[in-house]
Design a protein around this ligand. Sequence first.
Ligand code: DON
Length: 330
Amino acid sequence: MSVPLLAQVSRSPVAPRRELVQAVVKEAYEKFRTDPNGKNADYIPYLAQVDSKLFGIAVVTTDNQVFTLGDVNYTFSIQSISKVFTLALAMEQLGPDKVFEKIGSEPTGRAFNSPLAVVDMATHTGNPFVNAGAIATTSLISGRDAEDKWNKILGFYSKAAGEKLALIDEVYKSEAATNTGNKALAMLLAKYGRIYADPFESVDIYTKQCSVGVDAIQLARMGATLANNGVNPATGEQVIQREDIPHVLSTMMMAGLYDGSGGWAWHVGLPAKSGVGGGIVAIVPGKGAIVVFAPPLDEAGNSVKAQEVIEYVANKLDFNLYSPASVGLK
Ligand code: DON
């Protein structure tokens, strides 16, 4: 019996070469290590006191090669990067068409926590990566009760990471005590009929998902799962359905760095997602994921060093998806 060619390929034919990746990651680490720009997020009190010198880079390829440098064992809060995986879980449960209809995928052109976007936009939710759209996406997750929904989310993230993840309780408490803005967004969504479970329960589960702890390696494995058609390259498990991957990645390209997304597409050309904890994950489809963790953020809420490093590595390794060089055309 003949096996289709694609089914015979158990390893990505395009995962990058070891020595080259290692050398470029090291260059980027040295080049940007002392950049003094940016400032830790401080609207969540816990994040203000995280050591702003922490700096780690992890790359995981689709054939499960791992490259690391710096503070890659430090556990930080995943924050908005969680939104990527809750979107994937929502599609798993409801199918992509329902999710698109209920949330949409339009950039807002405003800050990630803007209530104005909720009022102004025809969809009100905007997209799954601004806070309003993300809280609405979390509200789509089904379960017997709030605890069951939360366990489904945490279990799904853990499968993407290839190991058990946990809540950072201090982050959760810090954020839950100060998240009046997100509660306001949820109530606004309720006014427009664009939240699909109890608004405050949804904010609470959303706050928990943002407080999940990851280190750079775990997050890079979650990213590599997206790069590898939804199959975790370490465990071999199909975590995310293959047909959902382009929806996740296109949303990351358009809205992954909030109102820094246009500049990011211009300079880097890779789907990516940032979090105010200081992490950014960038996906190189078919090849792997790059994670940089460094807490100081720019005005839009994106890690300064992470943007610099990923731009440098992507350019040196011809990763930009809009460049024909990314598929070998020189
Ligand atoms: O809801 C919030 O504001 C945070 N838990 C997450 C925001 C975030 O990470 C935006 N990122 N750049």
